[in-house]
Design a protein around this ligand. Structure first.
Ligand code: ADP
Ligand code: MG
Length: 227
């Protein structure tokens, strides 16, 4: 069903001029459905992060077309894109750190302040519930810098959920985690797709992780070579 599609990439091409032109993404097309759990794999330099940056609407310098929730993001202003990101997409990116000077709970609430749809009390309630779902409500009032890597990652997942997004995108979510914590993250994502009908798109070099997801999109030299 077309109306089940939450993201569509149509013939996305991207080049860098460094200073000679290199084609980093070549005619990348695929669709993601609601509730799907997909991973993007490929060796280092194959274009995974570049693609995720485009799909997350943060990079608009490419050819082809991207639809989020059946709306083309072409010709949107920076402000409109920010609104789409806030409302539709949750991020668990490695560079998207928690703010150390805030508690876990406040960190989870922050994207909710930006969206500005719920009161502070409602946000606090929801943030606490997400921490509870992830089994870390006892960390709510700890400062972010007091948390371990695995705990931070779970707080980042709760933060990605706070605005009830359609899609959650992650770049190397298990990058710094041991296999036990990587399994925990895998299972949390699975639960999000099954219980909350979220769509998960995970870029990973962790093949054990990828092979457990429902769908693997393989990039090689900027092209999809397996799906
Ligand atoms: N800002 C940039 N300027 C020039 N080349 C870049 C830039 N960012 C990435 N690249 C190149 O694009 C290719 C894909 O990079 P990337 O998307 O980071 O790959 P991956 O995440 O799969 O390791 C690499 O060859 C990389 O060197
Ligand atoms: Mg990368």
């Amino acid at each position: 069903m077309e109306n089940n599609i939450v993201l569509e990439a149509r013939s996305i091409c991207k080049s860098f001029h460094d200073p000679v032109k290199i084609d980093v993404l070549k005619d990348v097309s695929f669709k993601l459905s609601r509730g799907e759990y997909a991973s993007i794999i490929g060796r280092s330099g194959s274009g995974k992060s570049t693609l995720l940056y485009i799909l997350s609407t943060m990079d608009t310098d490419y050819t082809g077309e991207l639809f989020i929730d059946n709306v083309s993001i072409r010709n949107k202003s920076e402000k409109e894109l920010a609104a789409i990101r806030n409302e539709k997409i949750g991020f668990v990116f490695q560079f998207h750190y928690l703010l150390n000077e805030f508690t876990a709970l406040k960190n989870v609430m922050l994207p909710g302040f930006k969206l500005n749809k719920l009161s502070e009390a409602e946000l606090e309630h929801n943030a606490y519930e997400f921490l509870k779902d992830l089994g870390i409500e006892k960390l709510a009032h700890k400062m972010a810098y007091q948390l371990s890597g695995g705990e931070k990652q779970r707080v980042a997942i709760a933060r990605a959920m706070i605005n009830d997004p359609l899609i959650i995108m992650c770049d190397e979510p298990t990058g710094n985690l041991d296999s036990k914590n990587a399994d925990i993250v895998f299972n949390i994502f699975k639960e999000l797709t099954e219980t909350f009908n979220k769509t998960l798109l995970v870029v990973t070099h962790d093949l054990d992780f990828a092979h457990k997801t429902e769908r693997i999109i393989e990039l090689d030299d900027g092209r999809i070579v397996g799906d």
